[in-house]
Ligand binder design. Structure first.
Ligand SMILES: Nc1ncnc2c1ncn2[C@@H]1O[C@H](COP(=O)(O)OP(=O)(O)OP(=O)(O)O)[C@@H](O)[C@H]1O
Length: 283
């Protein structure tokens, strides 16, 4: 059974305008896939449709099977159970996932208590371990801090710790490093890469920068105006982008990242090659 099977996913705005059109891709357990496209191409709406969180009035049709559950038809109760366990999301801006008035330790404790039933000393130990796992240097201080008292990179690490707390089978990362400076971005990408491999999780990594996406996955699907324009390995896309839009993405990535110039793909953070045939369609 696929971890995620998306077939003909179409998202419409309240007025009926098509914003995502007939998107299809499959991911097995432990697969990785990069979803790449410019601003407004439909990446975030796709993510929201996959987890049943589209705004009221928007509609999704087609089929999304997440861990065997048909997401588009699922009840709120089924979706609540799915989120956290089967799938967790790390968003671009960690503050959207964090309560400004709660200490970080208490926030990480929330999903651990809810989904794993931990209490007391076991819960405190699990919070400590979760923060240590995302390589936060001063775990005790971060646990006591409020979101505004730590850096953007630290906040994103805490958001990752919260997403991983329930050991989801699929992690969706929606531009998780877009707000971070280059050094911190590279550290967070390396962290994600290591955690996903260590846990054998699937990773759907969303971004607009091919070089960033290529740091954590070898297969990409290119979106434009809500439609797939191209999919394949990063190497194929870099060597011979078939669509003019993809050629622009490749040129932009080469301009921004010196490491891409003259080579077929950037030094891969991915080492296990598990992402397999993530863009394979059925039928
Ligand atoms: N609630 C909404 N109602 C109507 N249109 C919407 C809504 N949300 C998004 N859109 C439109 O749908 C299109 C896709 O938006 P989406 O947020 O998925 O793009 P994106 O690729 O994630 O962009 P970005 O990288 O800037 O986040 C855009 O044209 C956007 O204006």
């Amino acid at each position: 059974m696929s971890l995620l099977a998306v077939d003909g996913l179409t998202v419409r705005a309240a007025g009926g305008r098509e914003l995502v059109s007939g998107l299809s891709f499959h991911m097995g357990r432990g697969d990785r896939l990069g979803l790449i496209g410019e601003s407004g191409s439909g990446k975030s709406l796709t993510v929201l449709a996959l987890i049943g969180l589209l705004s009221p009035g928007m509609t999704a049709s087609g089929s999304v099977l997440l861990d065997g559950l048909p997401v588009l038809e699922a009840s709120q109760r089924r979706l609540d159970r799915l989120r956290g366990r089967a799938v967790a999301v790390v968003f671009q801006e960690p503050l959207t996932a964090l309560d400004p008035l709660m200490r970080m330790g208490a926030q990480v404790a929330g999903p651990l208590r809810r989904h794993r039933g931990l209490r007391g000393r076991a819960l405190r130990r699990a919070v400590h371990d979760a923060l240590a796992e995302v390589r936060l240097a001063d775990v005790a201080r971060v646990a006591r801090a409020y979101p505004h008292e730590i850096s953007g990179g630290q906040r994103q690490r805490v958001a990752i710790a919260m997403a991983l707390a329930c050991e989801p089978a699929l992690l969706i990362a929606d531009e998780p490093t877009a707000q971070l400076d280059t050094t911190v971005q590279a550290e967070v990408l390396a962290l994600l890469d290591d955690l996903v491999r260590a846990r054998g999780m699937g990773l759907l990594f969303v971004g607009h920068d091919l070089a960033v996406v290529a740091a954590v996955t070898r297969r990409v699907l290119v979106l434009k105006d809500g439609r797939e324009v191209e999919s394949g390995t990063v190497e194929e896309v870099l060597r011979a982008p078939a669509h003019p839009y993809t050629r622009d993405l490749v040129a932009a990535a080469r301009r921004l990242h010196g490491t891409l110039a003259g080579i077929s793909r950037p030094a891969p953070a991915v080492r296990d090659g598990r992402e397999g045939d993530a863009t394979g369609r059925t039928g």
